[in-house]
Write a protein that binds this ligand. Sequence first.
Ligand code: ADP
Ligand code: MG
Length: 468
Amino acid sequence: MNNTFNHKNFEKFNLNWTSIQSELKLKLGIEVYESWIKKINLIEEFNNYILLAVPTRFIRDWIASRYLDQILQTIKKHKKEIIRIELKITENKDNKNQRLADSNQVNNNEKVSFIKESHLQYNRIDPNKRFENFLTGSSNKIAFEASLKVSDNFSHYNPLYIYGGVGLGKTHLLNSIGHKMNKNKKVMFISAERFMYQFVKSIKSNDMVKFKEYFRNTDVLIIDDIQFMNGKEAMQEEFFHTFNALLDKNSQIIVSADRPPNKLLRIQERIKSRFSGGLVVDIQKPEFDLRKKILNHKINELTNLYTYKLNITEEIQNFISGKITTNVRELVGAINRIVSFSRIYNKMPSLSETKVILKDLLNLTENNVTIESIQTIVCKFFKISKNEMLSSRRSRYLVRPRQTAIYLTKIMTTKSLPEIGREFSNRDHTTIIHSVKTIEKLKEKNTDMNDNINKLKNIILYKKENEI
Ligand code: ADP
Ligand code: MG
């Protein structure tokens, strides 16, 4: 199957992208294929991830929010090592919506530090997430102002620690800081997961010296989602020393997390206390006015991008702002869906159509889908008790239902991995990842599993068994 690629890159690629696209056409239908999948190109293939190109930011966001799982599953059938997809925007010259100025600034800025082959994983500063397009209200004003100050007054608050729930704008703010400081400082922006990965990799390849130099040689270190940096004593040790070395030389440190420093699990006390020693600010759930403002802003942004007016009625805007309350990411996702509907059907949805398009989001934010309800439904479905599900017993008849419940929680709620772990008798987040991956794999191979998952989703969302 592989290597039927009659292309000059024949030797470089093992994956046959054209045939993957054809499979996706069958899987997702011609409409989705024509609107989205066709526009994706394979740029490069690495050992365990691939780099894909898409023409615009909107297409990237849409694909990332809806089809990435299926694309990854299909790719995995061809090469099971692939665990991650990177989407890059490659706008062409005559695309009048290009944002070239921005991306040039980021890509060509020599002040951004690299180590060979790793630059994709570091400094992934997204030029579209800036202070200018971060909207503020009472829920996020303090975090916004602190971030702005840090990027203006070097080393004023150090470290700056921003925390808040999923999808509330932490990464956006971190990006904004990185983007701004990048203009005249050496900035390093990395997620805690990548930091750990790089750390382990350096140990294995005997590259610790380089690793240390690399991280200690920056003016600004930004670490996203620090809650994932738990366990691994040696790594925490290294992190602590890096942290101190940077503070000693007045480098700015900014971290984000899903909870305050004192609530971090399995992170050394002295690191937590270092975090608490700077400025700690939180982001709350957006209030109605901010939700409305973000919605409006997003609609204008998309209108500029597409040069046609998005006539989303006041009624629909109020409906969305009123119903999607917990999370900015979902709010943005809701608008993207409406836009996509309007492009496919060539009209704006009515209010009742909007309700259908957004049904799962509305259910999520109305909190009908709770870990509790998922556990109850899955237990009933597999005829086991909740105690059995939450126990540490590893009999096969318990393990699958447990993994299924974990998987459904991951895809149907906005809970973070550690949060899910806690609700399943304090399991580690790596166990949660393992469960999710196991079910994803089984679903691919096993139609019974796929059917069960669909049935369960349906019961959870609509409390009905026989519809998809
Ligand atoms: P977090 O890192 O807290 O999970 P993100 O920063 O990834 O959240 O935000 C989720 C999405 O919502 C992003 O697309 C981001 O640009 C957008 N977003 C979040 N907060 C705001 C805001 N105040 N103004 C504009 N966009 C926002
Ligand atoms: Mg984030």
